[in-house]
Each structure stands twice: as C-alpha cells, then as structure tokens.
Design a protein around this ligand. Sequence first.
Ligand SMILES: Nc1ncnc2c1ncn2[C@@H]1O[C@H](COP(=O)(O)OP(=O)(O)OP(=O)(O)O)[C@@H](O)[C@H]1O
Length: 287
Amino acid sequence: MNTTAEAIETSTANLKASDFDGDRTFEGTLGDITAAEARMECRQVNVWYDDNHAIREVSLDIGKHEVVSMIGPSGCGKSTFLRCLNRMNDTIPAAKVTGSIKLDGREVLDRGIDVVPLRAQVGMVFQKPNPFPKSVYENIAYGPRIHGLTNHREELDELVETSLKRAGLWEEVKDRLEQPGTGLSGGQQQRLCIARTIAVSPEVILMDEPCSALDPIATAVIEELIAELRQEYSIAIVTHSMQQAARVSQRTAYFHLGDLLEVGATGQIFEDPQHNLTRAYVTGRFG
Ligand SMILES: Nc1ncnc2c1ncn2[C@@H]1O[C@H](COP(=O)(O)OP(=O)(O)OP(=O)(O)O)[C@@H](O)[C@H]1O
C-alpha cells in the first residue's frame, strides 16, 4: 500500500525547493497565523527586490512571550521577512515592501515613522556576532546614550550590568569591561550583541541564524538564553536547524519560495504537518 510517507518520498525525493517554482498551487497559509496576545501583526506583506517577488502576501502574528521560528529552504524569504519587522529592508535600495505590519497597533511600514527608535523597540541579532570595535562597556552603553535613555555614569553602569546579567554574560566579563568586545569568544560576542539589544529596552528581538557561527556548547548557551528572554520579550528567529526550532520555539512558520505555507505549534509542525511540502522539508526530503 502506498502510505503518505511513501507518497511524499516519491513526490519529493531528490527535489530542490526551486523544482516547485512556476506551478505551485498556493491557496493561503495553512494553520492559525494569529497569536493569543499579538505584539506584532503582519498582514499581506509583500517584498520585491526589483522584479524578484521575494515574499508574497505573508500574514503572521508574533505574540507576547513567545518564540516564533521561521524555517524553510535557502532563498525562501525567511531573512527578508524578518528584516521587514524593523524596516531593515529600507537599507536595500532595490527592496520594496507593501502590506501592513503593526507593533502594538502602530503601523511600522508608515513612511512617517522614525526607524531609529523602531529598531530599538524591535532589535536584531545577526548571524555573525558584530560587536562594535569598542570596549565591552561601551558596546552596551552606546545605544542607551544615543537613544537618549540616559547619559549619567551611574545609571549607565547599572544598565550595563543589568543587560549583561540578562544576557548571561556578566560573570564572565565583569572584570574586563574596559577590554575590547571583539576580544571575547564567538559565543560571548553573540551574548554581548544580545545584551546590547536588551540595553535599549526592546519589545521584540529578531534573530537571524544567531548560532550558525557558534560551536555546539556556545549554541546551547544561547538557546537557554532565548528560553529566558521569552519571559520578557517576543522573539522571532530564523534558523536552518530544525532541531533548534524544535528546542527553542513555541510556534513555527514554514516558508517556501516566498510563501508562508504553514504555521502552527512547533510540535504540530514537526510531528503532524498539514502541507505536503512542510512534511517533506521537516523529514529532510529537501533542504
Ligand atoms: N539584498 C538583496 N538584494 C536582492 N535580492 C535579495 C537580497 N536579499 C535577498 N534577496 C533575494 O530574495 C530572496 C529571498 O532571500 P532571503 O535571503 O530572504 O531567503 P532566506 O530564506 O533567508 O535564505 P537563506 O536561508 O539562504 O538565508 C532570494 O531570491 C534572494 O536572492
């Protein structure tokens, strides 16, 4: 008998995601795109890079106190979608974004809004740790100063300490605050970047493959940190590691060639995906 698994194997074995381009029959995202308590509400978001329609009609909520993973084959638009959430695509001249993205009810895509405070509210941690070429202390203190949060040394000292503690780095760096941030290990640098993001009081933290440059031990430390940070912040993370998505997130969104094919509770996406292509991807039929 031809089981579902066999049917999937037959239909997708040896295929790449791009083999589905051109004749896809996408009729809307499967699953519930809403979150119980939405912090961000994205509706019908489209992104073009010149003629390349990279993201099509993507709608998704990012809830309070949740980690949402974005998974999918290379080039399917995960990073592009993530960058929409704090207008980072503005820095790419070819990029055009349409649709609606609300943060606590306020339209993020509104041309009139100031993106500097937006990017503090919706902070971003990148694939490769990118500390400023400054001391550990200054890496944290710089943001609060330029965002006008405080300029007083005592308040800054406290903010630096609190942020480093929240990022689980204080004990390792408290005696070397004046040393360059770039002198830390890769995992420590990434936690420094997370502390820098936390220091300007974000509501949402975007993470674009934050562990891909780290070893397994440093990765485990960051994953534990993500679980703690969820108590206070909303987190959207792009990851190539399905194990990581399963470990850190409560909901998972599966992207495929610019479409958000399916979203659901992380357990359901990995154990009982509804879309044939989600199933094919999570069972490793293509990457
Ligand atoms: N800065 C850019 N300029 C032009 N096109 C881009 C740019 N960034 C991404 N794209 C295009 O947009 C599409 C989606 O790319 P994106 O990087 O968002 O996908 P991804 O799923 O994050 O991929 P990966 O997993 O490989 O990082 C691709 O066709 C890519 O070539």
